[in-house]
Design a protein around this ligand. Structure first.
Ligand SMILES: Cc1cc2nc3c(=O)[nH]c(=O)nc-3n(C[C@H](O)[C@H](O)[C@H](O)COP(=O)(O)O)c2cc1C
Length: 450
């Protein structure tokens, strides 16, 4: 029996995923606003036969504690994702292009248009990561004092996605006839106006662009909370998971696929990609040393404020080498519930502030090892059905990705776990996801409708 092939995505964050990556002499300090840098990375990932090039986002700069954030610029100087992906689209041919746009701060009409356009200009390679955002700095950029409650954000996100998907179906696939003889450009019977009146949005209108090549751009989600998982199981086609061991990965995988079935979806209509930060070395010791060298570059104030931000707490004035008093843990969280629980758990174990910030990786754990060990680890997750593939994070870019493409990709291909060549044209083809029929298509034409 042929081996199960994995899906591969890379999360691209400026000079790398590590908070101190920009301090490493391996990286280009001004990479985060250099388009040539990004297209180089996308082409490299394409050489490695990756499915997806992915850009995360929060629409905000931090406006306080700049003594810390000026040492950790990851959120302070970045491209807007869809603009960046549009440029990368024209410099690549195969790789999928995914980006985050928040449902809490934008309007469905804008987002439907942006991703329909990206899907056309990449000829069917667009994916939208639906997030509800978890950042009061972002809220303040959009007329709010703070984030709306977690449950409200997800309720708005549901309505938002339903509208976006309906707008993508404005035109039937064969609406444009471009008939110079009759003088009719598109068939008015194949154009559908949406009339939506809901709790969060009112909209009467239609999208002014043909149905996207993929029918609908691929929907990505990474909800970790109970509400987030339900949302992902109902709508997402690619789900980013964050677990640190194969047992947790399997539990999440089964949980999501079971939830999907409760929403009437086939478990096979979802690809779960486990988040996996990797540092590769010629020996395990070399990989460990490279990782520790980066860890040693984390400034204590950066460590403190990264934790304070995700714990939604004030950690100022604490000695970094003393345990964090439990009374600093807020009674509840409104941002990322999983991150909050992880930090609170380490505080309750009595770890010092420094130990916590050195360990905390937002639900993930960096794998350090040789190319062989990395391939073994990925194969184990795949065979255990803890993932359908991986969202890879590299601490130092492009070095991490170069090492992976040069040394791990050939090994995965040799084992039959990764494609040798792209076989289809669109991101849906790469991922083995069906092309959704329009909601207005006659049932006979609908094929495997969602
Ligand atoms: C690989 C990956 C990428 C993510 N990208 C973003 C992002 O770009 N923007 C964002 O606000 N959250 C991002 N998240 C966070 C999730 O969307 C989500 O908020 C988090 O997992 C907490 O889930 P919850 O909201 O259900 O508690 C990402 C998570 C993972 C695992």
């Amino acid at each position: 029996m042929a081996s199960r092939k994995m899906a591969l995505a890379v999360l691209v964050q400026g000079t790398g995923a590590h908070p101190a990556s920009w301090l490493s002499t391996d990286t280009q300090t001004d990479a985060s606003t250099d388009i040539d840098y990004y297209t180089g990375i996308a082409r490299l990932a394409e050489r490695g036969r990756f499915d997806l090039f992915f850009i995360a986002d929060t629409p905000a700069a931090r406006t306080e504690n700049l003594h810390a954030w000026s040492r950790y610029p990851m959120f302070m100087n970045v491209f807007e994702p869809v603009t960046l992906l549009s440029a990368v689209a024209t410099a690549t041919r195969h790789i999928g292009l995914g980006g985050t746009v928040s449902t809490s701060f934008f309007e469905p009409y804008n987002v439907a248009r942006q991703f329909a356009s990206l899907d056309h200009l990449s000829r069917g390679r667009a994916a939208w990561n639906v997030v509800t955002s978890a950042n009061d700095y972002a809220a303040r950029n959009f007329g709010l004092n703070m984030l709306p409650p977690h449950a409200d954000r997800y309720a708005r996100a549901r309505e938002f996605v339903e509208i976006v998907e309906a707008l993508w179906d404005t035109y039937d696939d064969d609406a444009f006839i471009h008939d110079r003889v009759s003088g009719v450009n598109f068939d008015p019977a194949k154009f559908h106006v949406l009339d939506h009146h809901g709790k969060y949005f009112n909209l009467h209108g239609a999208l002014n662009i043909a149905r996207p090549p993929q029918g609908r751009p691929v929907i990505i989600q990474a909800g970790a909370s109970n509400t987030g998982r339900d949302f992902a199981a109902e709508f997402a086609e690619v789900i980013f998971a964050s677990d640190t061991d194969v047992v947790g990965g399997r539990a999440f995988y089964r949980d999501i696929k079971a939830r999907a079935e409760r929403f009437g979806r086939s478990p096979d209509s979802i690809r779960i990609l486990a988040g996996l930060p990797i540092v590769i070395g010629q020996s395990a010791e070399q990989a460990e040393d490279a990782y520790q060298a980066l860890q040693a570059l984390i400034h204590p104030e950066v460590g403190r404020f990264r934790l304070a931000n995700d714990l939604e707490a004030d950690l100022s004035g604490l000695d970094v080498d003393q345990p964090v008093p439990e009374d600093r843990i807020p009674t509840s969280s409104n941002q990322h519930q999983q991150y909050f629980a992880e930090i609170a758990g380490m505080i309750r174990q009595g770890l010092t502030l420094r130990q916590i910030y050195m360990r905390y990786e937002r639900g993930l754990r960096t794998f350090r090892g040789t190319p062989q060990q990395v391939a073994d680890y990925m194969e184990e997750w795949l065979n255990a059905e803890a993932a359908d593939g991986f969202m890879l994070l590299f601490h130092s870019m492009p070095k991490g990705l170069t090492d992976f493409v040069s040394h791990v990709v050939p090994e995965l291909q040799r084992r039959g776990l990764l494609r040798q060549e792209y076989e289809g044209a669109t991101l849906r083809d790469h991922l083995g996801l069906h092309r959704p029929a329009s909601r207005y298509a006659a049932p006979a034409q609908a094929g495997s409708a969602p």
